[in-house]
Write a protein that binds this ligand. Structure first.
Ligand code: AMP
Length: 302
């Protein structure tokens, strides 16, 4: 298996200045898994939904190539998240979270998922991420994403899992909050010190792309200039899923140029995710449109 994603799967209600929607298929594993499976990668999902999870949504995920053997259907309701964005839409404001079946989720990784090339722990409580890390022996690397909620409510657990992975993906607000510094570069240096010595920190900077601390030194990848921002939900997850898939078929330590190409591709994918409310922008993406945006992005830094 190329990538195993452990994360949330559920329904979002989102309001942005450019649009709104309810009962939207969402969750960190949904966005990350769909992005990782793009291009024919073999991707397994570990997560939980309730009895109200729609058959159509399950069918859509399977049609996009996701293996759902690790998606448990439990008695109770599916995870739900209500979020809104204002102004430049850099950060979501969480209006309400109903964890439902996710509140008692103990991941059980199927036998067939135990040795993927890459394990991606998408945004979830750090204790659940730790339980997934205990059960998987990733052949190439492990990745981890998180959110402000866990920095505020489960910091010790988060610090433990940060030390267990090869690549950490956080946004600039999360890095400043965790590193307790005012600038992204200063905070990233502090957060880098919380990781393994050979780990990579990728700081997502919204429209400004990414700031990457690779063991060989820092690098900057620009964002894709996107006039079509409608809803940034899932940008971070689809960004991480794209990097996981891009690195899954390589071997050995991740080189600087290999990582740069993966992060560029992830910035391109995020620019599709933000173009509609929910997953539709991500689903509408194709290789030709991606190539055009990747060229735009490369010209930006020449
Ligand atoms: P992002 O890529 O950061 O925009 O992540 C958006 C997704 O995170 C949404 O589809 C939500 O369903 C999901 N999400 C929001 N809060 C949580 C949480 N506490 N645990 C897990 N997933 C969450």
């Amino acid at each position: 298996m190329d990538v195993v994603v452990v994360g949330s799967m559920g329904y979002d209600a989102i309001t942005t200045p450019m649009g709104a929607g309810e009962d939207l298929l969402g969750g960190s594993a949904t966005y990350a898994g769909l992005a990782a499976a793009f291009g024919g990668h073999d991707v397994g999902v570990v997560g939980v939904v309730g009895r109200d999870f729609k058959d159509d949504d399950r069918a859509l995920l399977e049609a996009r190539g996701l293996n759902l053997e690790g998606l448990v259907c439990s008695e109770g309701s599916t995870f739900r998240w209500w979020g809104s964005y204002e102004g430049a839409m850099n950060e979501a404001t969480t209006l309400r979270t109903d964890l439902n079946v996710l509140g008692t989720f103990e991941p059980r990784v199927p036998e067939a998922y135990r040795n993927p090339s890459v394990l991606l722990c998408a945004n979830l409580h750090p204790a659940v991420q730790a339980a997934a890390l205990d059960q998987v022996d990733a052949q190439r690397l492990t990745m981890l994403d998180s959110m402000n909620l866990w920095i505020e409510t489960a910091k010790d657990g988060l610090l433990d899992v940060l030390k267990r992975v090869d690549v950490v993906v956080l946004n600039d607000g999360e890095v400043r909050s965790l590193g307790e510094q005012r600038t992204t570069a200063a905070a990233a240096a502090v957060v880098r010190g919380m990781l393994r010595p050979d780990a990579t920190l990728i700081v997502k900077r919204g429209e400004h792309g990414a700031y990457v601390l690779h063991p060989s030194g820092p690098m900057v990848v620009p964002g894709v200039p996107s006039p079509g921002l409608v809803d940034p939900t899932g940008c971070g997850d689809s960004f991480a899923g794209t990097i996981a898939a891009a690195l899954a078929r390589g071997a050995g330590p991740v080189g600087r140029e290999e990582l740069r190409a993966a992060v560029e591709r992830a910035c391109v994918v995020a620019s599709f995710t933000l173009s509609t409310v929910g997953v539709n922008g991500l689903l509408a993406m194709d290789e030709a449109a991606m190539d055009a945006r990747r060229l735009d992005l490369q010209r930006l830094s020449q």
